[in-house]
Design a protein around this ligand. Structure first.
Ligand code: MF3
Ligand code: CO
Length: 260
């Protein structure tokens, strides 16, 4: 069963998701060569708690941190570590969740560390754009397969591969609700989208092949061929005509504009 959220519930989801956006903005200020991913995690946890919320990922399925921080060939669920130091040319996906007033926020952004290659830059641009291609189809009357088709066709036409083992999801009082939202699919297939559904769309797009494996650490998902992978995620509410994006990259992008 896919739940339909009331307007009141959607406003609470917006609050939680805006806090994720603000947290990603705070992290954006600290992304630079030399910082460890554990330092970024500590900053995010303190920031979320100081805003009357708790980290949404911490202790979720036993996950031990606030953020998932995934460098280069790590697709998602990278574990923050004091041994993991950002270096010039890396790309780093920061996935953040919050739990505020009983509702989850969930959003991710992939950052450039210092100057990255044109190839890396293009991977990030393509992945982010594919998220918005998916969001364009996320309106009442369309189906989940229309979202996946939009993401997949945009990326594959440009020579990129769509990771299939991990997918988007409904969001609400639980972080992972029905329905699953794959980043691949067929037009007109799958769950019918209705006004008031809230879903996270989160393309994971690879430079090489789409195949992945689970690292020995039990969390990090890596590309099999070791090529880089990017990840962007928004939580959105389904409406008639146009999706309502509940999370926000505005805080991040404001910080990045000031830095460059
Ligand atoms: N942010 C991930 C998602 O988008 C979930 C994180 S997994 C956790 O679905 F275990 F860290 F919570
Ligand atoms: Co998610």
């Amino acid at each position: 069963m896919v739940s339909i959220k009331s307007e009141e519930e959607i406003e609470l989801l917006r609050e939680s998701n805006l806090l994720v956006g603000m947290t990603l903005g705070e992290i954006a200020k600290h992304i630079r060569p030399g910082i460890t991913t554990l330092e970024l995690d500590r900053i995010a946890e303190a920031f979320i708690r100081s805003h009357g919320a708790v980290p949404g990922f911490l202790n979720y399925d036993g996950y031990p941190y606030t953020l998932c921080i995934s460098l280069n060939e790590v697709v998602v669920h990278g574990l923050p570590s004091e041994k993991c130091i950002l270096k010039e040319g890396d790309i780093v996906s920061v996935d953040c969740g919050t739990l505020k007033n009983g509702f989850y926020g969930d959003s991710a952004y992939t950052f450039e560390v210092g100057k990255v290659s044109d190839e890396m830059h293009e991977l990030l641009e393509t992945t982010k754009e594919s998220l918005y291609k998916g969001i364009e189809k996320a309106v009442a009357g369309m189906r989940v397969g229309d979202i996946g088709y939009a993401v997949q066709s945009y990326c594959e036409a440009r020579g990129y591969a769509v990771v299939r083992e991990l997918v988007g999801h409904g969001v609400g009082r639980d972080m992972h609700e029905e329905p699953p939202v794959p980043n691949y699919g067929r037009r007109g297939q799958g769950v019918l989208l209705k006004e008031g559904m809230v879903i996270a769309i989160e393309p994971m797009i690879a430079r090489g092949e789409r195949y992945v494996y689970l690292d020995d650490d039990g969390w990090s998902v890596r590309t099999r061929d070791g090529k880089p992978c990017a990840h962007f995620e928004h939580t959105i509410a389904i409406r008639k005509g146009k999706a309502d994006i509940l999370s926000s990259f505005e805080y991040v992008e404001r910080v990045l504009e000031q830095l460059h």
